[in-house]
Design a protein around this ligand. Sequence first.
Ligand code: 5GP
Length: 180
Amino acid sequence: DAARAAVAAHTRHVADFPEPGVVFADLTPVFADGAALAAVIDGLAAAGRDDDGARSVDLVAGLDARGFLLGSGVALRLGVGTLAVRKAGKLPPPVLREEYQLEYGSAALEVPAEGIELEGRRILIVDDVLATGGTVGAAVALLRRAGAIVERVSVVLDLEALGGRGRLQQLPGGGITVSA
Ligand code: 5GP
């Protein structure tokens, strides 16, 4: 489909980044192309509608940082608002925080604990790439702890060899939509 073609045409594959042996899928040229960006946003937004086309989420959560580029566009398409799920230390207090393991060390994601009602909100999580699933897993746990209902996760690209999807099977209805 259109998103798949756009990603295939514009993704840059960079060997040995961020470390030796890793091939990084750089979607920068996808986002910088108007038609490709629109195709990708449409593909992601489809995950926020049910089979009849009715909207099934109330809020789009974009993951730091490339998920922000996508989350706002997806939210506009769906007619809902967007929430930036931030890396630690960026948001003013009070925050809810979820730590997760990286290959070396750990990281944390945060959302505001005040100023936005997350209790009972139906959420679509959006990010560019699913790799090991650690980031999305932490975002799901964090938003659930805040009382939200994570309806779906929508990513542009799933690096299937890294097994992220298998680690996220606790999501309802298969949970993860890949648009390219
Ligand atoms: P995970 O936590 O699933 O291992 O990694 C996913 C996070 O790392 C995402 O936020 C994603 O942006 C970033 N990431 C990991 N590998 C790649 C890659 O090859 N390309 C891009 N664009 N991002 C990646």
